[in-house]
Ligand binder design. Sequence first.
Ligand SMILES: *Cc1c(COP(=O)(O)O)cnc(C)c1O
Length: 458
Amino acid sequence: MSDDDDGDDSGEGERRVARRDAAVRAAVAQGLLGPGTPVLALLDVTGIRESAAALRTAFAAVTAPGTPVLHAFAVKACPLVPVLRLLRDEGIGAEVASPGELALARAAGVPAERTVLDSPAKTPEELREALALGVAVNADSAQELDRLDGLLRSTRTVSPLGVRVNPQVGGGSIEALSTATATSKFGVALRDEGAREWLVRACLDRPWLTRLHVHTGSQGIAPARMAEGVAAVYALAEEINGRAGRRQVDTVDIGGGLPVNFASEPTTPTCREYARALRAAVPGLFGGRYGLVTEFGRSLLAKHGTVVARVEYTKSAGGRPVAVTHAGVQVATRTVYAPDAWPLRIAAYDGAGRPKEGPPVVQDVAGPACFAGDLLATGRALPRLGQGDYAAALDTGAYYFAQHYAYNSLARPGVFGFGPAPDGGVGFAVVREAQSVAEIVAEAGGGHANALVLPEPG
Ligand SMILES: *Cc1c(COP(=O)(O)O)cnc(C)c1O
């Protein structure tokens, strides 16, 4: 395949903007968004389907025919059942890391054989459930392998079992998301003294260990660094299989972590570029001797989510205009607490949901929470937002509104999927209802109001 006939992403960004603009306009026109519902989250169903298809195509293009490839979506990136069902429909499984995430995947109908359990703190009960269901499990530590030894004495399972390796290839620009540093808490540290030999023996002693898993980190890690991590684990698989004299390790789980471009509209890097870079760096992994598992999260969803918030008031402080909106720390927690690491693009819409025109004015876009740092954007040049306009936080489909943060008891906003309606307009589907005030009270112990003031027993 030549580089110019592969349908690269030309026009992809423009089409996404057009869909998003039409959806914001329709959300206002259809009354989903307005003075009484001043914030909501939108998911672009067309875009999600396109990203899922692009991922499948990218790996199909670099693997030998017949190579088993399971793309397991990292549920933590967007833990919403209808999203998992949509992805299932696109041939994507689920990577889960808690009993809650496993339950979400099952509620979405993701089959056990397309589910992978990774977590650094699995309890015996979680392991037992996974083995009973036949979900793939990647052990995170020596102690977890011992625990599996014990469980497997009394349990038969079809679960493929693996071990997570930390290749210790180094971190990226965001410390908290760098999983392959020398001292990362994840996996078995490959370069520690004696660790490689220990890992090889651990596998040779356990013929049921058939997978190696690596996840070199998320946003902020260069794809080349990720490829180094995959190469290190591939070399280990080859060594284990060489010493076993058979193909004991039959699958390499390469994790996720493809970074997202939050600075502009185009999808860069693309999964096609990453898949090609991986094949160039580790050709042996793609020759058909190994099955592959991937665990992409952010890169599948980020570009397809938008938080839209009404501007309740505007003011000026110290000469700078401030638009006070209904989207802040509760839906954009990372951006508010670590604005330099997680800047978000903001789009301005007028009160009818049309893209706002006008000369750029440097302004702050603030959230509703009661602390000074609750800002979606600081000193941003945008058409001047006015009362009743809307500010949209772009690229928030992963790790933003899906991870609501209950500061100030602000309600979880409703999440709506959108796509073309039969009448040619935009149709919406409820993905998650907005949280009601009654639910907030109930979740805050409303049913136990007297718990702390009852007379002492006896
Ligand atoms: C978070 C995580 C992923 C997904 O990372 P993204 O950056 O969202 O692609 C995949 N695998 C594991 C083990 C993870 O912890």
